[in-house]
Design a protein around this ligand. Structure first.
Ligand SMILES: CC(C)(COP(=O)(O)OP(=O)(O)OC[C@H]1O[C@@H](n2cnc3c(N)ncnc32)[C@H](O)[C@@H]1OP(=O)(O)O)[C@@H](O)C(=O)NCCC(=O)NCCS
Length: 224
């Protein structure tokens, strides 16, 4: 019982530390659907582990109706999870979530396989998943990694890296103290940069040619 109480306190602390809008612990307990969903999932998961048929699914169904957050009773979740806003979050049966993870609304931890095996993502400690990011398959999101809002991630992500876009690509690596340690090459941005340089170059050459034509007195439409 003491351990459960300590876990609840840690969940409240997680919301207060990670949401600047949270004014008090009481507000989190009474008005944060992510907090409610986590506690109801504790019950569903405990029943699931004891092999109780059907009831865990009913509890998780009720959870979804109350909070807008769907967590399969089988999903394994660590301490200090903070689900902010929460509406539309889906966490699949074989998903695993470490400690101190933050998930925003609309996030899916989904499966790709129809076979009954590990088929949902594993999120290591300290991961942040931005709003409406879709993480699909038995992939691993490394400790402290950050997934940008709206990303679609179908491959594993190294620890402390930032992944954005569709499909998700790593754009940087950041230490826990928030100090960036690397900007990784972004091939798409590099290609666009090269094309912009090329267009600038061609515009400059065209301007030179037009000036030369004007100087030679042939005017617009004349031969160069
Ligand atoms: C990804 C995220 C965690 C930022 O990480 P970061 O390490 O600070 O990264 P930066 O802000 O320096 O951005 C790095 C690059 O990724 C781009 N980027 C950042 N977030 C992005 C996103 N969600 N989708 C696409 N590109 C994104 C930036 O434009 C930047 O590109 P540039 O290098 O070409 O300028 C953050 O942008 C994010 O999406 N957080 C989720 C927040 C959220 O969902 N809030 C909901 C509140 S209700």
């Amino acid at each position: 019982m003491g351990r459960l109480f300590e876990s609840l306190r840690r969940d409240v602390r997680a919301a207060r530390e990670r949401d600047p809008a949270a004014r008090s612990g009481l507000e989190v307990v009474l008005a944060y659907p992510g907090f409610h969903a986590r506690q109801i999932h504790r019950l569903a998961h405990a029943l699931h582990r004891q092999g109780v048929p059907l009831v865990p699914r009913l509890v998780s169904h009720l959870n979804r109706a109350l909070t807008g957050i769907e967590i399969h009773p089988g999903a394994r979740i660590g301490e200090g999870l903070f689900i902010d806003h929460g509406m539309g979050v889906v966490i699949g049966e074989t998903a695993e979530i470490g400690d101190d993870v933050t998930i925003y609304q609309g996030v899916t931890l989904g499966g790709t396989s129809r076979r009954r095996r590990k088929r949902h993502p594993t999120l290591r400690d300290g991961v942040i998943v931005g709003a409406h990011a879709q993480l699909i398959g038995a992939i691993e999101i490394g400790e402290g990694a950050r997934v940008g809002a709206g990303s679609v991630v179908v491959g594993s992500v190294p620890p402390y890296s930032t992944v954005v876009g569709v499909p998700g690509r790593t754009v940087g690596v950041r230490f826990p103290d928030d100090r960036p340690i690397a900007r990784l090459p972004d091939p798409e941005a590099e290609t666009i940069g090269l094309l912009q340089d090329r267009v600038g170059d061609l515009e400059a050459r065209l301007a030179d040619l037009e000036r030369a034509r004007e100087r030679s007195g042939r005017g617009v439409g004349g031969r160069l």
